[in-house]
Structure formats: structure tokens, C-alpha cells
Design a protein around this ligand. Structure first.
Ligand code: AMP
Length: 190
């Protein structure tokens, strides 16, 4: 198995890159944001709960997020590996993910972090908000809060993976295919 955490602030291009990489390497793409949006669309209880956080640009509580993620991994254990997109976002999530992979006789092989300046992120998200139908992309205040939450709660995870010698930073500015090539170089070197 090859398991990648695709990391970076909101708007860094994780989802776009994950779509390319899952085809190229035949990996299962798991996006917790997409899973929550699916629940919201289906008006489930979890969807209602998640929406109350997502609309403000806050994180959904760890307990529910971790439980949902674990169930998804269990469903796809026959895959060649995973691309985790938008998970982990907190230390508790990173620890649970390590334990989960370990319990499956596997591990996270790399955290690949897309590096993009803040002002480019805001621009990209506002642009995406015009067509994505995502409420959290169309309000600049919510966008700035998501970026703030990333720096306050999520960015520390770089240290978590650096300690394990699994951290790889990649320039996230350029064309989609250029960035896919940069990430591929890292994956091919693992
Ligand atoms: P994303 O699609 O990754 O930008 O996520 C959209 C929103 O979903 C985030 O702003 C959070 O409110 C929520 N979310 C997604 N993944 C997580 C996670 N791992 N932990 C907590 N909240 C999350």
C-alpha cells in the first residue's frame, strides 16, 4: 500500500491534484470535505451537524470526523492505497490516522504539502465560489477564517510528519499539470 496525506491550506489545490493522482497511481481518494458535503446534500444528521461548522469555516469536531474517516478506510481496504485530502487537520486526527494505518499493517508514507501564498488562496477560493455552489467559498470573511483555522490548528501537523521524516513541501503555484508533475516526483521517490 502507498498512503499519502495531501496537505495544504484551503484553496491550495488538494482536491484537483488528488483527482489526477488517484488515476495515475490507482489510489482511493478520500476527502472528508466531500464526505461532509455528501451528507449535507442527503440531509443526514451528520450533515446537519457538519453544516453548522462548515458554514462558519470552523472544523467539524474530531470525534465525528475520525469516526467517519475510519469507516471509509474500512470500506476500501482492498485498494492499493489512499490519498487523504483534508484529513488530518488536527493532532488528534493525525494520531488516529497513524493508529488506524498501523492496525492494518500499513502506514502513512508521505505528507505532501502544497505551498501557496495566502492572497493567491483567497483569490482562488473567491473564483471557485462563483461556480462551486459552496457557501464557504463565496464569503471572504468565511474564507479568511478557514485560512486562519488552518494556521492555528492544522499547520502544526507539518512538524508531526517532519519528526517522522515524511514531510515533503511542493510549490503549489503553476499550471495543474506542472504541480501534478512535482508531486509525482515525490511519490516516485518513495
Ligand atoms: P474542505 O473541502 O477540505 O475545504 O473542507 C470543507 C470544510 O469541511 C472545512 O472548512 C471544515 O469545516 C470541514 N472539514 C473537512 N475536513 C475536516 C477535518 N478533517 N476535520 C474537521 N473539519 C473538516
Amino acid at each position: 500500500m502507498i498512503n499519502i496525506v495531501l496537505f495544504g491550506p484551503p484553496g491550495a489545490g488538494k482536491g484537483t491534484q488528488a483527482e489526477n493522482l488517484k488515476e495515475k497511481y490507482d489510489l482511493k481518494h478520500i476527502s472528508t470535505g466531500d464526505m461532509f458535503r455528501h451528507h449535507i446534500q442527503n440531509q443526514t444528521e451528520l450533515g446537519k451537524l457538519a453544516k453548522s461548522y462548515m458554514d462558519k469555516g470552523e472544523l467539524v469536531p474530531d470525534e465525528v470526523t475520525i469516526k467517519m474517516l475510519k469507516a471509509k478506510v474500512e470500506e476500501h481496504l482492498d485498494s492499493k492505497g489512499f490519498i487523504f485530502d483534508g484529513f488530518p487537520r488536527t493532532k488528534a486526527q493525525a494520531e488516529s490516522l497513524s493508529e488506524l494505518m498501523q492496525s492494518k499493517g500499513s502506514q502513512i508514507d508521505a505528507m505532501i504539502a502544497l505551498e501557496v501564498p495566502d492572497e493567491v488562496l483567497v483569490e482562488r477560493l473567491l473564483e471557485r465560489g462563483k461556480t462551486s455552489g459552496r457557501k464557504d467559498d463565496s464569503n471572504e470573511e468565511v474564507i479568511r477564517n478557514r485560512i486562519k483555522v488552518y494556521y492555528e490548528e492544522t499547520e502544526v501537523l507539518k512538524e508531526f510528519y517532519k519528526k517522522e521524516d515524511k514531510y515533503y513541501g511542493v510549490n503549489g503555484v503553476g499550471s495543474i499539470s506542472e504541480i501534478t508533475d512535482r508531486i509525482s516526483k515525490v511519490i516516485d521517490s518513495l
